[in-house]
Design a protein around this ligand. Structure first.
Ligand SMILES: Cc1ncc(C[n+]2csc(CCOP(=O)(O)OP(=O)(O)O)c2C)c(N)n1
Ligand SMILES: [Mg+2]
Length: 542
């Protein structure tokens, strides 16, 4: 067979990606994957080369959340893979479809002390929906198709595939190659009996509540949930934060939850975020319905709740929400209005509160000034990341297109999220909110953003501390035992300027709006370093 009729494993990988609709790969180079870089030339894959493997995974995560199509990260074996794995945790918690491709020691090296040899598939398994190592060059395309299918089906999430370097270098006769087949989506619906039972339970309840998971946090998902809420006249909310019931987005949610007599979990795990629907957060007699694509989660709800689980059904979240929205009958009464009033509740004092310290802003001052910029356009993408400062953003800024670090509660993803969002949407204003501790994780991605021409605005609340953890020390151990969580009031704006972006320094409330205008107008990746007072996350009560 002549060479034209033969393909390298790396070509099979690159061309399979394009056949699966992937045109862009978030990557950090390394020995094991340079053959894929080479093959990307013919396949015309756009390689977005980042500064840390976790950033590549976070970008693939944001891509998956924004498009619903798996984002793809490509990293090298051993340490590159190890760096990437941590970021899978965030995608798993956020149910974000992505595929992590990791280079890997050659099959003939395994068990012999090969270069950067480590059991990669086992390492990624706990933070992935599926994780395996390819075993043949000819079937690499089938492996990829399977990875894409698993990532986006059922409860979406990250999938890992390791690619041994000898398979990538191996030449395969083109007629032996197994190309990926586009997979049909298997989206199980609610049976009529289950749908009727759910709607009857909602109708019979005095104060029902629908809780959705992160799957419905996209704009179409939120619109669908709003339709269900209106049709059933039943409050429907998304719990996607590790702060759970205390997520400041949800206002006085704990006061609402305490009154509820029926919880309908719609693609939402019965887990710590909703305190397992147990007292004292919930009424001891509360009943639960669990609808989820993941049978394991439905079974877990049944184990947890026993007879209090009225219905447990395996169904696609979106399909089930559509079914319920089209058949729901509006309930009479004032419950929805009461519930919405609690969700919309914000302390009156936030309209006027100002900082007590000269040269510092109160977080409420920051977000009062920022709000018009978020509201100016419907397509604005808001990204919230980090500790106490970002909680103020989540409570004070409207939710339309929003990415947060999610149930995993891992800080640091916002800058990679912003870059990926810009690659996905060249027009929308993109504003990322993060703390001064959090900004350190991936500040080097400003270089990537400058190199690739990806403008966005990061607003850093600089209180010179890891305040979320300081607040834990204050609460649990006392003021005199607060230590070890201080930072310097560093000039992150100057770091960004040095990398070629735009920097703004704000130490007075009056200067913020102009700084935002300049940052947006700069057309560059920009960082506004806002000196703030260390302020605990908001607590909202009736
Ligand atoms: C990956 C990861 N590491 C550590 C933590 C613990 N953690 C949560 S918030 C926080 C402090 C964040 O500090 P900063 O970004 O400055 O925000 P602030 O709370 O000061 O507003 C830390 C360390 C975490 N959630 N995730
Ligand atoms: Mg801080």
């Amino acid at each position: 067979m002549n060479r034209e009729n033969r393909l390298r494993g790396a070509d099979i990988v690159a061309q399979s990606l394009t056949r699966l609709g992937c045109r862009r790969v978030f990557t950090l180079s390394g020995n094991h994957i340079m053959s894929v870089f080479d093959a990307a030339l013919e396949a015309k894959l756009d390689l977005v080369h980042v500064r840390h493997e976790a950033a590549a995974v976070h970008m693939a995560d944001a891509w998956g959340r924004l498009t619903g199509v798996p984002g793809v990260a490509l990293v090298t074996g051993g340490p590159g893979h190890a760096n990437a794995v941590g970021a899978l945790f965030t995608a798993l918690g956020a149910e974000s479809p992505l595929v992590l491709l990791s280079g890997h020691a050659a099959t003939w090296e395994l068990g012999r002390g090969g270069f950067q040899e480590i059991r990669q598939a086992e390492m990624a398994a706990p933070v992935a929906k599926a994780s395996w190592t390819a075993t043949a060059a000819a079937t690499l395309g089938r492996d990829l198709a399977e990875a894409f299918r698993i990532a986006s089906s059922g409860r979406p999430g990250p999938v890992h595939l390791s690619l041994p370097s000898d398979l990538l270098d191996e030449h395969v006769g083109s007629n032996a190659v197994v190309w990926p087949e586009p997979a049909g989506q298997d989206r199980p619906i609610l049976s009529d009996a289950d749908a009727d039972a759910v709607l009857a339970a909602i109708a019979a309840a005095a104060r029902p509540l629908i809780i959705a998971g992160p799957r419905l946090s996209s704009p179409p998902g939120r619109a669908l949930l709003a339709r269900l809420e209106a049709a059933a006249q039943t409050p429907a909310v998304i719990v996607e934060s590790p702060r759970g019931l205390a997520d400041a987005t949800l206002g006085a949610f704990p006061d609402l939850v305490r009154q509820v007599d029926l919880v309908v979990l719609l693609g939402k795990a019965l887990d710590f975020t909703i305190k397992w629907a147990l007292p004292p957060a919930f009424d001891p007699a509360v009943r639960v319905i669990a609808i989820d694509p993941d049978q394991g989660l439905v079974e877990r709800a049944r184990r947890e709740k026993g007879e209090r689980l009225l219905v447990g059904a395996v169904a696609d979240t979106t399909v089930a929400a559509e079914q319920l929205a089209s058949h729901a009958k509006p309930r009479a009464g004032t419950w929805l209005a009461e519930a919405r009033a609690l969700l919309d509740q914000r302390p009156e004092a936030w309209r006027t509160v100002t900082a007590q310290t000269a040269g510092r802003l109160h977080p409420a001052e920051v977000f009062r000034a920022l709000r018009p910029y978020i509201e100016r356009r419907d397509d604005t993408i808001l990204i919230c990341d980090g500790g106490e400062f970002a909680q103020w953003a989540q409570s004070m800024l409207p939710v339309r297109r929003r990415l947060i670090n999610g149930v995993a509660g891992a800080i640091g993803a916002s800058l990679p999220f912003a870059l990926a969002a810009r690659l996905q949407d060249s027009e929308a204003p993109i504003i990322a909110i993060l703390g001064d501790g959090t900004v350190g994780f991936h500040i080097a991605e400003f270089e990537t953003a400058v190199r690739r021409g990806l403008p966005f605005v990061a607003v850093v609340g600089n209180d010179a501390r890891w305040n979320a953890e300081s607040q834990i020390q204050l609460r649990d151990y006392g003021r005199e035992r607060m230590h070890g969580c201080e930072l310097l009031p560093s000039r992150y704006d100057r770091v960004v300027e040095a990398l070629g972006g735009a920097g703004e320094y704000v130490d007075g409330a009056g200067a913020l709006a102009d700084a935002v205008e300049r940052a947006l107008a700069s057309g560059k990746p920009a960082l506004i370093n806002v000196m703030i007072e260390s302020t605990a996350a908001p607590v909202i009560r009736r």
